[in-house]
Design a protein around this ligand. Structure first.
Ligand code: NAD
Length: 330
């Protein structure tokens, strides 16, 4: 198949090329997919897209007009795809539902520990010959209440590591995972979880139900000085409400790997450019905020698995016009 691969970075090129034993014809395109770049897909049989590629109804219509009826997402989340529009246009959308829950879970815990023990500040201090500890005081994770929202593949792994650290782990999900219950995780409703948690971490998908699940009201109910971590999707947080809560000290620590408006920022080197997103710029002024640029998935194992499942989806579609049921989004 001829596939236009959007948002290609050197690591995508390497892993997808290595996994392409079937010899599909890939056109690697650096920019993300949007209204301007969709024309580059002309002449292809399908496209391969990533988290910030724009797959709204107008881009999907453009693809359908080019007779492109197949999208291979090389990610798990599909909140960037207008699924009703894809269905209406007869576009098959495949994804990689599971690659390495460990990658995201471990990054999540890394953010918690880095914030708690102020590792970025400590790193800078020592390099400047400042060995003072004042201002670096942390807390024991052991015995703290950690609240996990969403205990699917990633959240489950986060729960396991938190249990290993000796946290009391509370969880909220529509589905109770009995393995986690046996391991010691306590399921509660969301208000109770929010009320009791010293650390809150988000691992549910971004849907209509979960959009701005963290807002002025939920923040108001949290413990003072709560640690909040979001490695899931930016839209789960109302960022302006979060800024207000940082200013009052309600949020004591904030770790973000995702951001509501990340599409126009992340995955590119913008170090020479002026940052025009004032909300994001304000976030970066707080000493107790740690932001990474949608990096949580970024391990060797995850990239290899993403590439192999993406290639399976493409080959399966090329041969049968279908993708494995477990990888089918629409
Ligand atoms: P998953 O589908 O295995 O788990 C999601 C869980 O959330 C499920 O158990 C589901 O029941 C639960 N859920 C759904 N709606 C909910 C709601 N309203 N309230 C509470 N729980 C709800 O998904 P996963 O593989 O664990 O991934 C979770 C999210 O992580 C993805 O949706 C994606 O947004 C994000 N993610 C981020 C990165 C990254 O690099 N930062 C990488 C992969 C995935």
């Amino acid at each position: 198949m001829r596939i236009a691969v959007y948002s290609t970075k050197p690591y995508d090129f390497e892993t997808l090329s290595a996994a392409n034993a079937a010899g599909h014809d890939f056109t690697y395109i650096n920019p993300r997919l949007d209204q301007l770049t969709v024309a580059l897909a002309d002449g292809h049989d399908g496209i391969c897209a990533f988290v910030n590629d724009q797959l709204d109804s107008s881009v999907l219509c453009n693809l359908a007009e080019m007779n492109i009826k197949f999208i291979a997402l090389r990610c798990a989340g599909f909140n960037n795809v207008d699924l009703p529009a894809a269905k209406k246009l007869g576009i098959t959308v495949a994804r990689v539902p599971k690659y390495s829950p460990y990658s995201v879970a471990e990054h999540t815990i890394g953010m918690m520990l880095a914030l708690n023990r102020q590792l970025p500040r400590a790193y800078n201090r020592v390099r400047e010959g400042n060995f003072a500890l004042t201002g670096l005081l942390g807390f024991d994770m052991y015995g703290r209440v950690a609240g996990v929202i969403g205990t699917g593949k990633i959240g489950k792994q986060v729960c396991r590591i938190l249990l290993g650290l000796g946290c009391r782990v509370m969880a909220f999900d529509r589905h109770v995972d009995q393995e986690l219950v046996s391991a010691g995780v306590e399921y509660h409703d969301l208000p109770e979880l929010i009320l009791q948690s010293d650390i809150l971490t988000l691992h549910c998908p971004l849907t209509e139900d979960t959009y701005h699940i963290i807002n002025d009201d939920s923040l108001g109910a949290m413990k003072n000085g709560v640690m909040l971590i979001n490695t899931s999707r930016g839209g789960l947080l109302d960022t302006r409400a979060v800024l207000r809560a940082l200013k009052t000290g309600k949020i004591g620590y904030l770790g973000l790997d995702v951001y509501e408006e990340e599409a126009s920022l992340f995955f590119e080197d913008r170090s020479g450019a002026v940052l025009t997103d004032d909300t994001f710029a304000r976030l970066l002024t707080f000493p107790n905020v740690l932001v990474t640029g949608h990096q949580a998935f970024f391990t060797r194992e995850a990239l290899e698995k993403i590439a192999s499942v993406t290639l399976d989806n493409i080959t399966s579609y090329a041969q049968t016009g279908q993708v494995p049921e477990k990888n089918l989004v629409s």
